[in-house]
Design a protein around this ligand. Structure first.
Ligand code: FAD
Length: 577
């Protein structure tokens, strides 16, 4: 028996983007948030370093400078109309969080304190600026708790531990989702006038990642399977400072507070790659520099890592401003950051690409930006695009609150003006098929083995450096894994808390995201931002100052298209730091 629910707006995902949207949609009708995790366990809660906004509390700053930095950081691929909104509205969004009670760190005179972060500068690139607003290195935790409390106050309904498997689209309009109830088993249909996806990223396609195990690209894959394109999937960010081999993140705030990267010779090598802002260069540049140092034999002890040096910061700064990462280093490495150098390597961190949207969070389905009525996306799952080919630190937290809020507001208007759309004839058909394969089918291929091979090939062939040969190899491996996935099975056939089933379904999502990423990376024959093709090392603005759109075809192949980049203020220039 399938259960049916009816809500004006259904939001999938309870991270910062989903909760911001829910809060701002809640005035207009009944709002439900579905989340596979308990809301405050969403990945937003792990964000450390801060949220960027040109408040100018510590020194002069302007949203135009923030915009310039974001566009330059994006290697000129971001849509500048969206970036302008991001940087202008960031200021009000931070004050709104403050008014809701978010306990930011303070200046001595009581204003929100700010610190430096990679790629954020004053006067169009002259020197680093203090722009990141923070609550120690637990900023995301505070944002998530604050927004969750506000949603409860506004009577948003939460359906926790629901795994959304399909989006319902009928007569060209979104009309709900189908979810698996993880606690009790069974499929449930949520009929609605509007649906928003805020399911976060897909970092688990890689072996070494900062992302939580739940970040399996579900929202991207669900809409991709329904013929909606994914934009700019080839741009996947590696954060320079993950704990060696584990990938656990050590926030860029560590370098914002003065931390330094050193190679095996003890040299501050970033001086050579970014003479002006050195260790605070954008992440694509720093990650590539680390790999180059290692390749040229200057890793520590000739191995594949370098050091993060925080020893000169002093115990007080470490304990007060970076307490969580200090603790991580003690717990996971048994080292003391006040005394010891920390072994780090780049770690898969953030998807710049995702579900294409306009600046109101509406999902757009083609190169002409035609919206699909009733369908929205915001946060890491979406591509609006404010990050282009490379995101600056602190700009994702801005993105989730600014565009989550805009999408929520638009949904509120939309559901008031729209009649109830009918459901399609057999709404659970696709989801039933997915579930039946594992609960009634009897394949023998192991889900965890396929996932492991997927993560390994993505790490080796489609990470910081790529070539046509490595990407073709990855593609062939992925096709083989998909074929094996069709023959995969699980032992547990139960309904209640069947986590084998959840993992098996998530693996299907990972495969979709990985295929979209590799196909898009093969397509783009240039190097830009986080996408570095060794066989095409130059940026090519003549042919590639365009976004990529990947469409899944009925036969499982991927069709690629492009759409233009919106340029309003800053013409592409050589990117020097
Ligand atoms: C360790 C770490 C530190 C970071 N630090 C910073 C920082 O300092 N500053 C910054 O700007 N950015 C930072 N980032 C990036 C930023 O935190 C994330 O990009 C952002 O929080 C994503 O928010 P979101 O709301 O889009 O998704 P998430 O917070 O990831 O939430 C996703 C939600 O979707 C739900 N969900 C997913 N799939 C399904 C499904 N199938 N069915 C139902 N629900 C589903 C989950 O339950 C969850 O509630 C950091 C990221 C990491 C990993």
């Amino acid at each position: 028996m399938v259960r049916y629910h009816r809500y004006d707006a259904v939001i999938v995902g309870a991270g910062g983007a989903g909760l911001s949207a829910a809060l701002h949609a809640s005035g207009a009708g009944r709002v439900a948030v579905l989340s596979k995790l308990y809301p405050t366990r969403s990945h937003t809660g792990t964000a450390q370093g801060g949220i960027g906004a040109a408040l100018g509390n510590m020194e002069e700053d302007h949203w135009e400078w923030h915009m310039y930095d974001t566009v330059k950081g994006s290697d000129y691929l971001a849509d500048q109309d969206a970036v302008e909104i991001l940087c202008r509205e960031a200021i009000d969004a931070v004050y709104e969080l403050e008014r809701m009670g978010l306990p930011f760190d303070r200046t001595p005179d009581g204003r929100i304190a700010q610190r430096r972060f990679g790629g954020h500068t004053r006067e169009y690139g002259k020197a680093p600026v203090m722009r990141s607003c923070y609550a120690a290195d637990r900023t995301g935790h505070m944002i998530l708790q604050t927004l969750y409390q506000q949603c409860i106050k506004r009577e948003v309904q939460f359906f926790n531990e629901y795994l959304v498997l399909d989006v319902l689209i009928h007569d060209g309009q979104a009309c709900g989702v189908v979810a698996w109830n993880i606690q009790q088993g069974g499929l449930e249909v949520f009929h609605s006038k509007a649906v928003l996806f805020a399911t976060g990223g897909c970092g688990r396609i890689y072996k070494v990642t900062s992302n939580a195990v739940s970040l399996t690209g579900d929202g991207m894959a669900v809409v991709f399977r329904r013929g909606i394109p994914l934009e700019d999937m080839e741009f996947y960010q590696f954060h320079p400072t993950g704990i060696y081999k584990m990938g656990i993140l050590l926030s860029e705030a560590a370098r914002g507070e003065g931390g330094i990267l050193r190679n095996g010779l003890g040299e501050r090598f970033m001086e050579r790659y970014a003479p002006t802002i050195k260790d605070l260069a954008p992440r694509d540049i720093v990650s590539r520099a680390i790999y180059l140092e290692i390749r040229e034999g200057r890793g520590v002890h000739g191995r594949d890592y370098v050091h993060l040096d925080l020893t000169h910061l002093g115990r007080e700064v470490l304990e007060k401003k970076l307490p969580d990462i200090t603790e991580f280093v003690r717990t996971y490495l048994g080292l003391d950051p006040a005394r010891d150098l920390i072994p780090i390597q780049p770690t898969a961190h953030y998807a710049m690409g995702g579900i294409p949207t306009d600046v109101h969070g509406r999902v757009v389905v083609d190169a002409q930006n035609t919206p699909l009525p009733g369908l929205y996306a915001a946060g890491e799952v979406a591509c609006v695009s404010v990050h282009g080919a490379n995101r600056l630190g602190t700009n994702s937290l801005v993105d989730i609150v600014v565009f989550g809020r805009r999408a929520g507001k638009h949904m509120a208007r939309f559901v008031q003006e729209t009649d109830w759309p009918p459901l399609p004839p057999n709404p659970t058909e696709l989801a039933e098929h997915l579930i039946a394969h594992f609960l009634r089918g009897g394949g023998t291929e192991s889900v965890s083995r396929i996932r492991d091979e997927l993560q390994t090939v993505m790490m080796e062939d489609a990470s910081v450096f790529r070539t046509e040969a490595s990407l073709r190899h990855a593609w062939d491996v992925l096709r083989g894994l998909r074929e094996r996935y069709c023959r995969s099975g699980i032992q547990d056939k139960g309904q209640v808390f069947n986590l084998d089933l959840v993992e098996a379904l998530e693996l299907g999502f990972l495969l979709d995201c990985a295929e979209a990423l590799v196909a898009s990376a093969l397509f783009r024959t240039e190097s830009r931002g986080a996408h570095y093709r060794e066989d095409y090392p130059q940026r090519d603005d003549v042919n590639w100052l365009r976004h990529t759109l990947a469409f899944r075809q009925d036969d499982g192949t991927i069709r690629l298209d492009t759409k233009p980049v919106v340029i309003t203020r800053f013409m592409p220039q050589e990117r020097k730091y």
